[in-house]
Design a protein around this ligand. Structure first.
Ligand SMILES: [Zn+2]
Length: 409
């Protein structure tokens, strides 16, 4: 097998890769917007932009020490900003502004990556406008890379100041070929067709599923709980508790990681300053930062579970409507057929609506997962029993978790 067979997710996106490389060759762009899932090529695109910007030879593909450190995310002029809570906070944008006016550590430029830039929406306009100011009058040689899964939410002014590269979900055939090009010695926990279906166009997710990692555990749980709820094998309260427990475990882990990271940061600051930060009870203090990290992880986990549950209902809807050939995945049909023939079949679209609404509510600041989840599960159980009528019909424009229009005609 040649090295060519193992293409990264970005090379599997020929249109996006071409637009990106042409824009990089033209140079001088200081703001990029990369839209799509991380495993559909977004992360490789960030690396390509950062290498092209920071590489002393200017090629970004010469495998030099700089390029290599960019790929490992250990270059000091590559700065990566993630929201601590849900949104990029205005304090974080001010920190970015301060950093952008300082000189690069090593070379002639710096790259600042902002994750979840779609949190810069109309409800978070203060942060968005602070960033906009920098994009309008870029300080020195700084390249901003904004990452967004749902760019439509973003402030339009930010979007229009950036070169947008779209990285849509990869086609199933592409994921299947990419998996085949990366042989594995371990036995995959799923057959290939199921694996590809569950990956939903995300190569990183496909690889994680195959390795039995986090994505595998989460997806298996979400699908099993959906099935148990639909068939009445488990009560809504039990399913809600199982979902909440998984989110709680992930949140607690994130809090521990955040606390360790802040402590490591404080080791490098003067003792007096470190002590002040540890005891600071304000929104900038250590306790609040740790809490925000936990909350973000809990709700992100819930959103990932909801995406997986929606995918299960989508398969169900496909079977109920007889379009199994291009939506439903091998391996799941036998399990779903009897459920599709039950009262839930025609109501699957309402279940997807309920899930989407729950995911949206979970993002608001004072949403309590311990209230949201029992309500969600009770509604899903009612749909399974045929007690709730469908909220909207398929012709009303159902969407998949990836935002595709489901024109089932
Ligand atoms: Zn280089």
């Amino acid at each position: 097998m040649s090295a060519h067979d193992q293409l990264g997710a970005l090379e599997l996106q020929p249109i996006a890769a071409r637009v990106l490389h042409e824009a990089l060759e033209r140079g001088t762009n200081h703001a990029w917007l990369l839209t799509g899932e991380p495993g559909a090529g977004t992360l490789e695109a960030v690396a390509a932009i950062a290498r092209a910007t920071l590489c002393p030879a200017g090629t970004g593909s010469d495998g030099c020490d700089t390029c290599e450190r960019v790929d490992r995310h250990v270059h000091p002029d590559l700065c990566w900003v993630k929201p601590e809570g849900f949104d990029l906070r205005v304090e974080q944008i001010h920190e970015v502004a301060a950093r952008a006016t300082r000189r690069p550590f090593e070379g002639h430029a710096q790259v600042i990556v902002l994750e979840d830039a779609d949190s810069l929406d109309s409800t978070n306009a203060e942060s968005g406008n602070a960033l906009l100011k920098m994009l309008e009058e870029p300080p020195g040689n700084v390249v901003f890379v904004l990452l967004a899964r749902r760019p439509a939410r973003m402030l339009a002014t930010l979007r229009s100041r950036s070169i947008e590269i779209r990285l849509p979900p990869l086609p199933d055939e592409t994921i299947a070929a990419a998996l085949a090009a990366r042989p594995t010695t371990t036995t995959a926990p799923l057959d290939n067709a199921t694996l590809v279906g569950w990956a939903r166009g995300d190569l990183a997710r496909a690889l994680d599923l195959r390795a039995g990692g986090d994505a595998f555990e989460r997806t298996t749980l979400a699908r099993a709980l959906s099935g148990a709820l639909a068939t009445g094998q488990r009560r809504p309260a039990e399913v809600a508790r199982a979902l909440a427990e998984r989110c709680e475990a992930v949140g607690a882990q994130a809090e521990a990681t955040a606390e360790a990271a802040i402590e490591a940061e404080l080791e490098r600051t003067p003792e007096k300053e470190a002590k002040r930060h540890r005891n600071d009870k304000s929104a900038d203090g250590m306790a609040a930062r740790v809490r925000r990290s936990g909350r973000r992880a809990r709700v992100s986990e819930l959103q990932a579970l909801i995406d997986d549950m929606s995918a299960w209902y989508l398969d169900l809807m496909a079977i109920a409507n007889g379009v199994t050939d291009h939506i439903c995945r091998a391996g799941t049909t036998a399990e779903l057929e009897p459920i599709a023939a039950s009262p839930l079949g025609p109501r699957a679209v309402a279940a997807i609506d309920a899930l989407e609404e729950c995911a949206l509510r979970a993002r608001t600041n004072n949403a309590d997962l311990n209230l949201l989840l029992p309500a969600l599960c009770a509604e899903l159980a009612s749909l399974a029993e045929g007690r709730v009528r469908s909220r909207r019909t398929i012709s009303g424009g159902a969407r998949t978790p990836q935002g595709y229009d489901l024109a089932l005609g």
